[in-house]
Write a protein that binds this ligand. Structure first.
Ligand code: COA
Length: 263
């Protein structure tokens, strides 16, 4: 359910999203566009990016997009520079690009581990670092999308656990270093969010979905709207004194402890 926030809250604001062409990133972007923001979506797949941008525009909202990989620092620099030229300073930056596949440590190569760490952790560093000169100062908000994996161990997810734990602490360091510029940096750690590529990979069968639901105290998967609602709050003036915070949005799932995906 969309929460009722002030209509047109983000009119005149620019929001940039890595991982903005699907899943949680797109869910937040669609909601921010509805609330008046110009949303700029970055994704690796040009066709998916074009379709996502066209769908948002078809609903009468403002959207633009780029095809690119967060692992490519030079490309990111160019894309963020073009975003600034075309739309103005960036008010809200979302690092939502992520990669995942389930495999035990002995079933993933060093390159497999690196691929996920490079997308999730290095990609977040790259995006934030390249964006800093284009962020509105004071006033910009950075939101990094982490995961419950940052706080509890998951078997078959060594790469994601290591990367997301890094994303959480990177966000806190950024909050300290960039606070004096008037930039707030926070993290959202989603639990199991229905319909995302991640959940398709981690809970591909009805039985595994049911196990996930039973691990959530609220006994349901989250929705992309659940995450978007929190993102709106964190980007609004209601959160103007919140920085360096990690917000779990997981129905309480992390309270049920480490997860053994193999059983
Ligand atoms: N099990 C074990 N290893 C795997 C694997 C799996 N299921 N899938 C990929 N790998 C390994 C590859 O074998 C390769 O290692 P190698 O060179 O030693 O053989 C390494 O991971 C990189 O794979 P590649 O396909 O070249 O990387 P990529 O950069 O194209 O893709 C991934 C990155 C692997 C994360 C891919 O799953 C991806 O693109 N995911 C994006 C979508 C996604 O995961 N969404 C969910 C977000 S929560």
């Amino acid at each position: 359910m969309p929460v009722v926030f002030q209509e047109n809250l983000f009119v005149g604001k620019v929001a940039f999203f890595t991982g903005g062409t699907s899943g949680i990133g797109l869910g937040i972007a669609e909601y921010f566009a509805e609330m008046g923001a110009t949303v700029v979506l970055l994704g690796r797949n040009a066709e998916k990016m074009e379709a996502a941008v066209a769908a948002i525009r078809a609903r009468g909202h403002k959207a633009a997009g780029f095809a690119g990989d967060v692992r490519d620092y030079a490309a990111l620099e160019a894309i963020l520079g073009q975003t600034r030229e075309q739309h103005g300073e960036i008010d809200m930056l979302f690092c939502a690009a992520a990669g995942n596949f389930p495999a035990p440590v002995l079933g993933m190569s060093a390159n497999g581990f690196k691929a996920v760490v490079d997308i999730d952790l290095l990609g977040t560093f790259n995006t934030c670092r390249a964006a800093h000169q284009h962020l509105r100062k004071p006033g910009a908000v950075v939101i990094n999308i982490s995961a419950n994996h940052a706080h509890v161990a998951y078997t078959l997810q060594a790469h994601v656990c290591a990367a997301k734990a890094g994303v959480d602490l990177l966000s806190k360091v950024l909050a300290m270093e960039w606070g004096p510029d008037g930039i707030r940096v926070n993290c959202i750690t989603p639990g199991p969010i229905d319909g995302t590529e991640g959940m398709k990979r981690l809970a591909p069968t009805e039985e595994s979905r049911e196990r996930v639901i039973q691990s959530v105290p609220l006994r349901r998967m989250g929705t992309r709207q659940d995450i978007a609602n929190l993102a709106v709050f964190l980007c609004s003036d209601a959160a103007s004194y919140i920085s360096g915070a990690i917000y779990q949005c997981d129905g309480g799932q992390s309270l049920s402890g480490p997860r053994n995906l193999g059983s």
